[in-house]
Design a protein around this ligand. Structure first.
Ligand code: PLP
Length: 686
């Protein structure tokens, strides 16, 4: 059974970091008072730590094996200004916890500070005499003394730590990152020294101390003594900020009334000797947490800006709750309403809503009776389900190259294929990134062939003639996606539009297991009774539900607003990125695109950085990015079944794949966010 730990000060930086690092090893509970921790509710408990009865009740309910105290008032200025508050939070809480730990035989782990010395020497050991210079230090030192007096089973950790913060601009590390990101000049002391560790390293040590049942006082610090200025320089190197933003100042030259120790460095000799722990350099600790940002472990407490995101407003919520309260939630009228709305919006006769675009494309292929005599020709630069939809039907698959500028397949690249002109071909052009492909030209060049449009990215986009994508003027069917990153969302979902009544009827049957309810289509002349339905073709469950469609109906009212904002964001990116020497924009600007994606093309060899490095730096600086897509014929499944020579036949697609990187574009992205993104590229590429 996992040991239980109650962590006080649950909404704070350290406790949330400890939560992330220790949650797999212990059963954790975090206390909060006013501000809630940004983690799942089941782990936190409301409790005012200054109120003995409240904390007592909490302890009696949870029955922890350990209490880790991270609570306290750490702001040195605030402690000086409000002495009572400092005493209450830094001492009285500890007295309450000591009483309870003694009463219920709980081990107390208290996080103290490196601030309690006078700073006249370096590398203070556990045995050096404390000499607190200010109120904060005094209260922290009193707390240590109280613990030693009341308890025998305790750990006091003196440390100074850095890591990903929850609320921006609070702790030194986040303050540095935020300001450097915003290209603000910052002043850092070159005469104030410390030995900080990452919150990750601290949590590793904590785990060990618990495991080995250590009792007493211990420093958890790094090997190197570093000035605040050099710490800033180290961060700028790893995160690729401009070093020149950091200015050197001396604490001694500044007239600050509150006394502070100028040297807070702590010796880690005892830690290393007793526990045989190797302490990584500060640089390596920084690199480790830089990597952890890329792995995504901190996204819950400190979200990054993703490449795409939905926008939900109160009307959407009302629309869904209205159906929940007042109407059937599946197989009912809201779906029909959504289908009518979609058909009207795109200017097609019919629309059939389904569970996803992938499901819709599979159904479209089934309706066209694709089989092993057919060859589906599509784009190599697409999500894999584009090709899978035909593969499910047993069809052969070929890939036509993309055009360098539009990134779409064209009638020309289709004709370039050996079998490009066969009558058994079915075409599945993708309107990549929201930029409509020239379906009219494909239609005119291959009159005998069927065409399905993959419009997953292009709801709200228009063809050159001003008609909406989805009107099916030059295709048999068009399929859209309403996944959350798309123009509008139904959480998950898709729709097929068509002008062909026969396709429409078949799609409706096939989206629901192949079930036929209309007696005019029955094979058996005689119905068994009013419950009778027939299945004469194999299909599956591909239905969307009424709740999703209620969201879709409400989202549809905002589609123009969504597309306009995306276009404006794209315009700004175009203007700014066209000034760059070492990158270019992936697709030509097109007034008619729905701007689902904004893609940069970067010659990574030329800039001497890999795409992974760039993605890591973006992420460490709060920005998500993505690669759309790994060419489908490169996937092992397609390597097995497709014998095209992709190097020879798909040169544009392969070159594109080497260079592509999608950056954020979505309705709620602000111009400041964009400026920040552009600035990061200036730092790392130019
Ligand atoms: C080009 C393309 N086609 C099809 C799909 C599949 O969409 P869905 O997730 O709705 O099945 C996607 C998904 O992102 C896509 O990008």
């Amino acid at each position: 059974m996992k040991k239980k730990i109650l962590i006080t000060g649950g909404a704070g930086f350290l406790s949330q970091n400890l939560f992330i690092y220790l949650k797999d090893y212990f059963k954790l509970y975090l206390t909060f008072n006013n501000s809630k921790p940004k983690i799942s509710k089941e782990f936190f408990v409301k409790c005012n730590l200054e109120n003995y009865l409240q904390i007592k009740k909490t302890v009696e309910i949870i029955k922890p094996d350990y209490i880790i105290n991270t609570a306290g008032l750490t702001d040195v200025e605030k402690c000086e200004l409000n002495k009572n508050k400092a005493y209450n939070q830094n001492v009285n809480i500890i007295v309450n916890l000591c009483n309870l730990c003694k009463k219920y035989n709980i081990k107390l782990i208290h996080i103290s500070t490196d601030h309690i010395f006078d700073g006249k020497k370096s590398f203070y050991s556990e045995n050096d005499k404390a000499f607190p210079l200010n109120r904060y230090a005094k209260t922290k030192f009193i707390a240590e003394k109280k613990i030693k007096k009341y308890l025998s089973n305790y750990i006091i950790i003196r440390s100074n730590f850095f890591g990903w913060d929850i609320n921006k601009s609070k702790k030194f590390f986040s303050w540095l990152i935020d300001n450097l990101n915003a290209k603000k000049n910052i002043k850092l002391y070159s005469d104030v020294f410390f030995t900080p560790v990452s919150s990750y390293f601290l949590s590793l040590v904590l785990k060990k101390l618990i495991k080995e049942d250590f009792k007493g006082l211990i420093n958890v610090s790094s090997n190197e003594r570093i000035s605040k200025y050099h710490f800033g320089i180290l961060i700028s190197k790893i995160f690729l900020f401009k070093k020149t933003l950091i200015k050197k100042i001396k604490y001694k030259d500044i007239n600050i009334k509150i006394k502070r120790p100028l040297d807070m460095s702590l010796s880690n000799k005892f830690l290393k000797k007793k526990f045989k722990i190797k302490v990584p350099s500060i640089k390596n600790q920084l690199k480790k947490i830089f990597e952890q940002r890329f792995e995504g472990s901190f996204d819950t407490i400190n979200p990054i800006i993703q490449y795409g995101k939905h926008h939900i407003d109160n009307k959407d919520i009302q629309s869904v709750t209205n159906i929940m309260k007042n109407a059937p939630i599946a197989q009912s009228k809201e779906i029909e309403k959504f289908e009518n709305n979609i058909a009207n919006f795109v200017g097609a006769k019919y629309a059939v809503a389904v569970s996803s675009c992938s499901a819709g494309m599979h159904l479209a292929c089934k309706v066209l009776n694709l089989n092993n005599k057919n060859n589906l020709i599509t784009s190599p630069i697409s999500f894999v389900s584009t090709a899978n939809s035909a593969l499910h039907c047993g069809s052969k698959i070929s890939f036509a190259d993309i055009d360098k500028n539009t990134l779409n397949i064209t009638s020309q690249t289709i004709s370039n294929l050996t079998e490009g002109n066969s009558r058994n071909n079915v075409f599945l052009p993708v309107h990549f990134g929201g930029n409509p492909s020239n379906t009219k030209s494909i239609f005119n060049s291959f009159k005998r062939n069927k065409i399905i449009e993959d419009a997953a990215h292009s709801f709200g986009a228009k063809y050159d003639n001003g008609r909406m994508v989805g009107s099916c003027d030059y295709s048999d069917m068009t399929v859209f996606s309403f996944h959350p990153v798309k123009t509008i969302t139904t959480a998950e979902g898709g729709v097929i539009t068509t002008n062909n009544n026969d396709y429409y009827e078949k799609l409706r049957v096939l989206r629901s297991h192949g079930i036929v309810k209309d007696k005019k289509y029955f094979n058996n002349r005689k119905s068994h009774g009013p419950w009778y339905y027939e299945v004469s073709s194999l299909s599956n469950h591909y239905r969307i539900n009424d709740l999703q469609c209620a969201l879709g109906n409400s989202q549809l009212e905002k589609v123009e607003k969504f597309v306009n904002k995306r276009r404006k964001l794209a315009e700004f990116y175009f203007a700014e990125f066209s000034k760059f020497k070492n990158l270019r924009v992936g697709q030509k600007f097109n007034e008619n695109s729905s701007y689902h994606l904004f893609i940069l093309r970067i010659d990574f060899n030329k800039i001497k950085k890999t795409r992974t490095e760039i993605m890591k730096i973006l992420r460490a600086r709060g920005i998500g990015s993505q690669v759309h897509y790994i060419p489908i014929p490169m996937h092992p499944l397609y390597k097995k079944i497709n014998n095209q020579n992709i190097n020879k036949e798909l040169p544009n697609a392969l070159k594109y794949y080497k260079e592509a990187l999608s950056i954020p574009i979505f309705y709620d992205l602000s111009y400041n966010n964009q400026k920040n993104i552009i600035n990061i590229f200036k730092d790392i590429i130019e």
